[in-house]
Design a protein around this ligand. Structure first.
Ligand code: PAZ
Length: 322
């Protein structure tokens, strides 16, 4: 349990390591209203790609919120803008262009967080990208035209081939229900499903205690039921965020052993955009951008996704030989 004093702004006072049992969570909590509609979309998407023999990757992205009231006026949020997820969602398709395996993407993202392709223009106002001509027509300003054309070409191709399904969540509760449903749907693809869990889901409020004090529980450890029941044949990649460099590898390894999935990607808050560690049960690999690569706009997600698609492929091959 984490207690936060809202009046003084004192932060974490007390932390309860006990978590809500994931089995009871889904019985004692209300599913989001959008769940049924989303499940229908996911089932159609997965069936279509299964029929074509494509692989599917689920990417979760962005922070999760914890509402403070039932009729939400205030909520607790976290820092994640969804950069990792939105950036990663573009690379399976880039691989496809380079004739590496065929992956469709389910992009499960926090509402209003960054989105693949659109992210390239999210720091500008849309009105500043456009200009009004004397004849009344609207053009993209010449300084953005080249980048806009390149991005739009890829984005439209993605859409034309129906390779991308976008699903939204807002609260941690929406996230958990949707994750369970999507995992169930993808389980039909057996080893051809890849799960890339980059969203940040940490705390859940247990109850209000007086006007100014909140008690929070850890989010249920959904990875355990996911690995055991929801997606037992999937290739599951989780992320571990740490602030202390000494804890990064041990904590990542601890998560891997505790949940028994395939890979934990450890990243530090301050260096996450240039450096990550891929930890498996019998290996450790550091992926790091050089200063020159950073200057040239190389994104670490291109390295992560390439490496994971390679490993997923080897994993499928191993299964088919056993
Ligand atoms: O969204 P972003 O790019 O700013 O941050 C990405 C991240 C740090 C949230 C992600 O890489 C991550 O570590 N997700 C898991 C966080 C956790 O629950 O430990």
């Amino acid at each position: 349990m984490t207690t936060v004093n809202l009046k003084t702004g004192d932060s974490i006072l007390e932390t309860n390591r006990e978590t809500i049992n994931p089995d009871t969570y889904f019985v004692t909590h209300t599913p989001p209203k959008s769940l049924e509609k989303n499940e229908k979309q996911v089932n159609e998407f997965v069936s279509k790609h299964a029929a074509k023999g494509s692989k599917v990757v689920l990417i979760t992205s962005g922070g999760t919120t914890v509402p403070l009231e039932n009729q939400t006026v205030r909520f607790i949020d976290n820092f994640s803008a969804g950069t990792r997820g939105a950036t990663s969602a573009e690379y399976p398709f880039d691989c496809l262009i380079h004739l590496i395996p065929d992956y469709a993407v389910i992009f499960m993202h926090r509402q209003f967080s960054l989105q693949p392709y659109n992210r390239h223009f999210s720091h500008q106002s849309i009105l500043d990208l456009l200009e009004l001509k004397p004849d009344g027509s609207i053009n993209v300003c010449s300084e953005y035209a080249h980048k806009m054309k390149a991005t739009l070409t890829k984005y439209q191709e993605y859409k034309r081939k129906e390779m991308l399904l976008m699903l939204e969540f807002f609260t941690v509760n929406d996230y958990l229900f949707l994750l369970r449903s999507v995992s169930h749907a993808l389980n039909g693809l057996t080893h051809h499903a890849l799960y890339y869990l980059a969203a940040a889901a940490e705390h859940k409020i247990q109850s209000g205690d007086g006007a100014m004090t909140l008690k929070m529980d850890q989010v249920p450890k959904f990875l355990k039921p996911m690995v055991t029941f929801w997606a037992p044949q999937g290739y599951i990649v989780s992320f571990k965020l740490e602030t202390d460099p000494h804890l990064l590898i041990p904590k990542s390894r601890q998560a891997l052993i505790r949940y028994g999935h395939q890979i934990v990607i450890g990243n530090l808050l301050t260096t996450r955009k240039r450096e990550v560690n891929l930890i498996t049960h019998d290996s450790e690999m550091e992926l790091k951008l050089s200063e020159e690569e950073e200057r040239n706009g190389v994104e670490i997600e291109s390295r992560i996704v390439n490496e994971l698609l390679k490993r997923h492929d080897e994993w499928i091959t191993n299964y088919s030989h056993n």
